[in-house]
Design a protein around this ligand. Structure first.
Ligand SMILES: [Zn+2]
Ligand SMILES: [Zn+2]
Length: 250
């Protein structure tokens, strides 16, 4: 007869931990549960989720009381091709480190955790309030960059989200020109830097489609806007963007 034996389970758990140790994707400490999306409890608590205090258009966090209509200064001054953007987290050091490891140090499997966070927020917000049938599409990477990195990080995120939420997926866009890093550029320069670098892929039909564009980080929204422009010019009905993290609006 099978008898419940605490000691037996204790050693079984120890053996499994030894065989499959799991470490926090930020601080590398050993973790007991995957409940916190790959983070340890301490690091997870340091992630800042964007909730009410966000711009209605670009979805970036901004301090309450800055605008009556919940539209940030940048969105009041600029017109966008996308309907709306939203992000799961404020881009702080606790998400920056694992995100950089994912993009630049070959930690491709981190994408699963990030996509799980994104899928959870999609379910909670966008998919709850809409009847649109979204097709998931990633922001493309220039071919040479993809070869260097081995993968397009946005595509990894998009594919995981598609699977998790049972949505459909398509690569609509291609990046036809390489761009210099946007990091040091002003808002205006960023727009100029990405102008005309995306095209619709041959034989792809965006006509009448509602597209959910996926990227890792949003800064000024220049890249997402340029992608949305191409999709809209090719007949897309609606473009909504989702990023894992975004830089707070001014
Ligand atoms: Zn940690
Ligand atoms: Zn905004």
């Amino acid at each position: 007869m099978f008898v419940y034996n605490k000691t037996f389970y204790y050693f079984l758990k120890k053996a499994l931990d030894f065989a499959y140790p799991v470490f926090c994707i930020n601080c590398n400490s050993k973790i007991q549960t995957l409940f916190y999306f790959g983070f340890c409890k301490t690091c997870f608590r340091r992630l800042i989720f964007i909730k009410e205090n966000s711009c209605r258009k670009c979805g970036r966090f901004f301090a309450p009381g800055k605008s009556e209509k919940n539209i940030c200064a940048q969105c009041r001054e600029n017109a966008y091709y996308f309907e709306k953007c939203f992000s799961v987290l404020i881009f702080n050091e606790y998400i920056r480190k694992p995100l950089f490891a994912f993009k630049y140090s070959g930690k491709k499997h981190y994408g699963y955790f990030f996509a799980s966070l994104m899928a959870a927020s999609l379910k909670k917000f966008l998919l709850k309030e809409t009847s649109s049938n979204y097709i998931i599409a990633p922001v493309p990477l220039f071919r040479k960059r993809k070869q260097q990195r081995g993968f397009n990080q946005s595509k990894i995120l998009a594919l995981h989200i598609t699977k998790k939420l049972n949505l459909s997926y398509d690569d609509f866009l291609i990046k036809t020109m390489d761009t210099s890093s946007q990091t040091e550029l002003s808002k205006k320069q960023r727009r100029k830097n990405v102008r005309g670098v995306f095209s619709i892929m041959q034989k792809k039909n965006a006509k009448g489609r509602s597209i959910l564009l996926i990227d890792d980080v949003m800064t000024t929204g220049a890249t997402l806007n340029e992608c949305a422009k191409v999709l809209k010019k090719n007949g897309a009905k609606e473009v909504v963007c989702l990023t894992l993290a975004s830089v707070p609006a001014l």
